[in-house]
Design a protein around this ligand. Structure first.
Ligand code: BG6
Length: 479
């Protein structure tokens, strides 16, 4: 039999963004303050994102990149028209919770916020683009952080449920694909950005994080339950900050270390996809003396409302060693990792590993046996426009080409079921980890710098034309 070399019919090619990194308009249209709005650029960013430094309001000393971001709030028509020109089949975006419920606990939603997303979805459909919506992407109304401590409180499940009722009802004919939480495992690593958690001196942080995780897992299951009632055609996915961890050597201790590292992250998806807490997690809670407060009905809710598909982000593979002397660290998508001598890295130290994506696709498919969706992948790089404002980003094309080839192999050679591929930051936007504009992922250049200067003008990079051709040929022409 002849080998099929292409991508399946109806494969969802597209790009991804998040409200907190592109919308701006941070108090426009009655929007309330969100967690991301108080996360500054600069040296205080990491301690705030980790929940170690309390920043509950903005001050004059810091610069907050989310306030204007790339002003997608006013530029969305232009941006979506450009996505359409590239031939996008889908566009992943997130909702700003505080645009819809400014305080999070309001009795009624903010009509102006809802209308904004109506306009965005209508614009997508004008071009036949299917929206893929992340319900929360690093985003909690600050009022809920200040009043109930955000996801450490079980009340969050009710407020999230209220949000879901409203958006599923309102957009039931406009949105089919939903993700409940962006990179849900990020909660363990950046608890303020992942769950609005700020820690008190001396408290058991692990216990707080896993209790918050339980609430998010319940909320995710609840969302799935509501979605199925409101529109059985909806497809609900979970979302993992993905990437397999390699052992540094074939020493069994290293292999064990790599496996347990992966489990820390799989834990969330195991619950969302299989419907119960895995035994290894229960044992870990025992060891750490963590008592997850559960109520009657929680286990049943989780069991009965597993997701339809598993989505994930992938930028770089990870490496772990059991030997503390091996400590040549480099950065990755937030997770600390060891330097892999076989791989080159981006300007930010993220290690480039296309085969690692194929490995991750196989690992996730073997584990869950559900359709997968790559909802983030890309190269953060410094782009320098020439005198005609053109960026010749061959480095980005090379990165993406190699990853698309790896995906093609996973589909054709390994039989992985993949729904689609949305590259991260299809239009340049603010970097989540650093708050910079300089770290760009887009096919579309946005004239703005790290300090907030620039005209916001959009121009097309070389990769724009490359991706257009990839989509046009359904992944056959990658040159
Ligand atoms: C993922 C997030 O962690 O990686 C995005 O879901 C983020 O929000 C992306 O922007 C890339 O990371 P960074 O730090 O380069 O922006």
């Amino acid at each position: 039999m002849e080998k099929i070399k292409g991508f399946p019919e109806g494969f969802l090619w597209g790009g991804a963004t998040a409200a907190n990194q592109c919308e701006g308009g941070y108090l426009e249209g009655n929007k309330g303050l969100s967690t991301v709005d108080v996360i500054p650029a600069g040296k205080d960013r990491l301690p705030v994102m980790k929940g170690k430094m309390k920043m509950l309001n903005c001050d004059k000393e810091h610069y907050y990149p989310s306030h204007e971001a790339i002003d997608f709030y006013h530029y969305f028509e232009e941006d979506i028209a450009l996505f359409a020109e590239m031939g996008f089949k889908t566009f992943r975006l997130s909702l700003s919770w505080a645009r819809i419920f400014p305080n999070g606990d309001d009795e009624t939603p903010n009509e102006e916020g809802l209308k904004f997303y109506d306009r965005v979805f209508d614009e997508c459909h004008r071009y036949g683009i299917e929206p893929l919506v992340t319900i929360t992407h690093f985003d909690v109304p600050m009022h809920l952080v200040k009043t109930i401590g955000s996801w450490r409180s079980r009340k969050m499940v009710d407020y999230y449920e209220r949000l879901c009722e409203v958006i599923f009802e309102r957009y039931k004919d406009k949105v089919k694909y939903w993700l409940t939480f962006n990179e849900i495992n990020m909660l363990l690593h950046l608890p303020f950005i992942g769950a609005g958690l700020v820690f008190e001196e001396g408290e058991n942080e692990e216990a707080v994080k896993y209790q918050a995780a339980h609430h998010q897992l319940l909320a995710s299951a609840k969302a799935t339950e509501i979605a199925r009632r409101i529109n059985p055609e909806f497809k609900i996915g979970c979302m993992l900050a993905g990437a397999s961890t390699y052992p540094n050597t074939c020493a069994p201790e290293d292999v064990w270390k790599a496996m347990t590292r992966d489990r820390d992250n799989y834990f969330f998806i195991d619950v969302q996809s299989r419907g119960e807490y895995p035994n290894y997690a229960k044992k870990m809670f025992e060891r750490l003396n963590i008592n997850i407060r559960m109520e009657q009905g929680d286990e049943e809710l989780l069991r009965n409302n597993t997701v339809d598909f598993v989505s994930f982000s992938y930028y770089a593979s990870r490496l772990a060693s059991a030997d503390p002397k091996v400590n040549s660290q480099t950065s990755g998508n937030v997770f600390p990792t060891l330097r892999n001598p076989y791989l080159k890295a981006s300007e930010w130290g993220w290690q480039i590993d296309p085969l690692g994506l194929r490995i991750t696709l196989n690992a996730l498919y073997d584990r869950y046996q559900k359709p997968l969706f790559i909802v983030e992948n890309g190269l953060g790089a410094v782009d320098t426009p020439d005198e005609k404002d053109y960026v010749e980003d061959d480095y980005r094309i090379d990165y993406l080409r190699a990853h698309v080839e790896a995906i093609r192999d996973a589909i054709n050679e390994d039989g992985v079921e993949l729904m689609g591929y949305t590259t991260w930051g299809c239009v340049d936007l603010v970097s989540a980890s650093t708050g910079e504009m300089k770290k760009r992922y887009g096919f579309i250049y946005v004239d703005k710098d790290n300090e907030g200067n620039g005209t916001l003008k959009r121009t097309l990079k070389k990769s724009f034309y490359w991706y257009k051709k990839v989509i046009e040929t359904n992944g056959k022409d990658l040159e």
